[in-house]
Ligand binder design. Sequence first.
Ligand code: 13P
Length: 281
Amino acid sequence: MKELLDRALADRYGVAAFNIINDLTIEAVVAAAAEERAPVILQTSVKTVKQYGRPQLFAIVQALAHDASVPVTLHLDHCPDRSVIADCLDGGWNSVLFDAHELDVAENLRQTTEVVAEARKVGAHVEGEIEGIQGVEDDLGSDEAAPVQSLEVAVDFIERTGVDCFAPAIGNAHGQYKRTPVLDAQRISDLVAATGIPMALHGGTGLSDEQFTDLIARGCAKVNISTALKETFMQSGLEFLRETAERGKWDPPSLFRHQRTAVLEMARRHIRLFGGSGRAW
Ligand code: 13P
């Protein structure tokens, strides 16, 4: 993870981080990255880990991504639960987001420092967070905007914990935006200038091309996309099933092919937009 993000920060492109939900979406995202010659991040919500079981999900990722021709890394998205963090680090995840924004900053800092030490033992990396990202996703989070910490508090947290990447709240939100988001892009520039570490842009679905380009140029090296993947997967399925019902021909592999193409194209569009194409090594 660190290598993917440090390279992206240095050359100011974004590595797309897709919240995969099953085998089909893992395979389609990896295929898009391979076709674009781009590094890519597969991230899993705690819900997806629990749905499959940690060893089962890891085995699926391993089977579908291990021999990819481009750099692929596996990340655990927002996780407030230390036992799930420990379990995923133990089970082969390359990186985790310890989301302790509900704790006060001092306790968050103390526990994130422990998580960084735990991750280092297995050569893994850590994303840190001190402010809630607005919106509920996979049963986590809140629709209320959380308070934003000062630059000094955020920089102190990053320096003392040693996190590899940081997820600031800048007016971004998970899910579809209900109105055009007003983003504090300057905060990204300030955090990167003060710490030199890559920022994670949450709430990617629904941002404009200009917003992505600007934020990536300022140092958002990790760009998260979840809702767009879920909607693409479900809507392409719905579209296909409606036609299937009319024709009366029920062939599951045709449905899977249709959904795979839609998810692959969605991933490709984001990878290209973030400047990731041709960056694989
Ligand atoms: P979206 O669901 O808005 O794409 O956000 C994804 C995300 O930030 C995952 O943590």
